[in-house]
Design a protein around this ligand. Structure first.
Ligand SMILES: [Ca+2]
Ligand SMILES: [Ca+2]
Ligand SMILES: [Ca+2]
Ligand SMILES: [Ca+2]
Ligand SMILES: [Zn+2]
Length: 479
């Protein structure tokens, strides 16, 4: 993660200060005030700070006397960089220097400031994962700004009271249905991941889908780490921008995957048991894929096995097969145009059929020969090697799952049709074409996740919720 403050930090200080460390101002500010004795900010400021969990305490309030001396100092020092820094602070927070302070406060004085300003989100986000330095991460800290308050877990199930949806029973703030409580506990028991309400609340279908996905796709990881995913600890829920298109994201520094509201939509398919759209599964596999790649690196002493197995062959200097993303996109679009023209000239729609779905009225870009012959899974996969890896993970899992789902069908033609129709659906919804996965990538994932070897679909069970069939991994039925 790049931290925008680190580069701008030095700008605040006169040249003589620069060599002596960049936390001078922060140190000066933080040493004067015992923040934990200050009153908490009012709820009106809730929008300005990252939400760790629903209803978390807000930071302590700053007062003008905290910042006025520094304001004077800033204005006297007439370095170009200082002026630029001042302009930044004004742009971020207006003239109220009490707000500027939050770019400098370092509550536990460990040299890492509490917050950084995220201009995209227009919000302070935690830069220090443990702001008050009590060895309890912000997200599991009942008061992230007071080192004398940590957390408690009355029923000792591993989920702290302030995050435990079932704690309502013993008299507390959250109210959740018994099914939600059971799901939060099941997720924790099977993965050591805590589901946390943040700016939005989780719902039953997405929780189920996440649990189902992690068990189907990454069961090998859970099994070899004592029912945990070591670098993944939290599953968050946020309100998202309706038009952003982002369904979920993985936050590496915080060991967290967050689902946005946009992912909480009803749908169903014959492959998975939870009532969320197919693309939500693909997105979950993708985000988990980022965590999985990191985990592999850590466990192999920094060696990137994926890089050795398939990424380094296809990615040179950050470009997929030596062309830029836009160059690939241009080639794909050109092929579609060419086919359209040819089909019009000869009145032969078959020329177009491969890349155009008549029923869905959608151009399927990943079915162009440019895409199929070059192992392009989605246009998003061309963004970076890390995204290509995550898309490959999603393609591998989906491809294998589709094949297993229809394995019982005796006619190979029918089998291919069924599998292809699911692939089309996934491509229309998510832009991902699973069968464009390269054999090298497929071998890599099979070697680590063993789905081809270990996964099967049992058609005979009919679940209470009406879903027919259940996934079985290494002899154990999942849900
Ligand atoms: Ca700190
Ligand atoms: Ca803490
Ligand atoms: Ca605390
Ligand atoms: Ca608990
Ligand atoms: Zn990604």
């Amino acid at each position: 993660m790049s931290h925008p403050l680190l580069s701008s930090w030095a700008a605040l200080l006169p040249a003589a200060f620069m060599l002596s460390g960049c936390n001078q101002i922060s140190e000066l500010i933080s040493s004067r005030v015992d923040w934990s004795s200050r009153a908490q900010l009012s709820g009106a400021f809730a929008q300005e700070f990252e939400v760790f969990y629903e209803g978390n305490p807000l930071p302590r309030a700053t007062v003008e006397s905290d910042c006025k001396p520094y304001l004077k100092y800033f204005e006297q020092v007439n370095f170009e960089q200082t002026r630029a820094r001042l302009a930044d602070l004004r742009a971020h927070h207006g003239d109220d220097c009490r707000k500027w302070m939050y770019e400098y406060i370092d509550t536990d004085r460990d040299g890492r400031t509490d917050w950084y300003w995220n201009s995209d989100k227009g919000q302070f986000q935690a830069f220090d994962n443990d702001i008050d330095g009590d060895d309890v991460e912000n997200l599991v800290d009942a008061d992230p700004y007071d080192a004398s308050v940590r957390n408690s877990d009355s029923d000792r199930n591993g989920i702290p009271d302030h995050l435990d949806w079932g704690f309502a029973a013993t008299g507390t703030r959250t109210s959740a249905t018994p099914e939600m409580v059971a799901l939060q506990r099941e997720l924790y028991r099977k993965t050591k991941i805590i589901a946390v309400h943040q700016t939005s609340r989780h719902d039953i279908p997405t929780l189920r889908a996440f649990l189902e996905t992690i068990q189907i796709a990454y069961g090998a990881v859970l099994d070899s780490h004592g029912a945990s995913f070591p670098n993944l600890k939290y599953f968050g829920a946020e309100r998202g921008e309706a038009d952003s298109g982002t369904l979920a994201y993985f936050q590496r520094a915080k060991n967290k995957i967050v689902f946005m509201d946009l992912a909480r939509r009803e749908s169903s398919d014959s492959i998975f048991g939870s009532r969320v759209p197919l693309e939500v599964y693909a997105v979950a596999i993708h985000e988990l894929g980022h965590a999985f790649q990191d985990l592999l690196k850590v466990e192999n002493g920094g060696r990137d096995l994926a890089d050795e197995a398939f990424l380094s062959r296809d990615w040179v200097d950050g470009r997929f097969r030596s062309s830029s993303k836009s160059a690939w996109e241009a080639r794909i679009v050109a092929e579609v145009r060419e086919r359209m023209d040819a089909s019009e000239r000869s009145v032969d729609s078959r020329l177009l059929d491969e890349v155009y779905d008549q029923q869905l009225k959608k151009v399927l870009l990943m079915r162009t020969t440019v895409a199929t012959q070059n192992g392009i899974l989605s246009t998003y996969s061309l963004t970076s090697p890390a995204e290509y890896f995550a898309e490959s993970a999603a393609a591998y899992v989906m491809k294998t799952v589709f094949a297993k789902r229809y394995q019982h069908v005796s006619s190979s033609v029918r089998r291919a049709e069924l599998s292809d129709s699911m692939e089309r659906l996934l491509e229309v919804r998510d832009g991902l074409r699973a069968s464009n996965l390269t054999p090298e990538a497929e071998r890599f994932f099979e070697e680590h996740l063993h789905l081809s070897r270990d996964l099967s679909f049992d058609r005979e069970t009919v679940r209470a919720d009406g879903f027919r069939g259940s996934w079985v991994r290494a002899g154990r039925s999942l849900r």
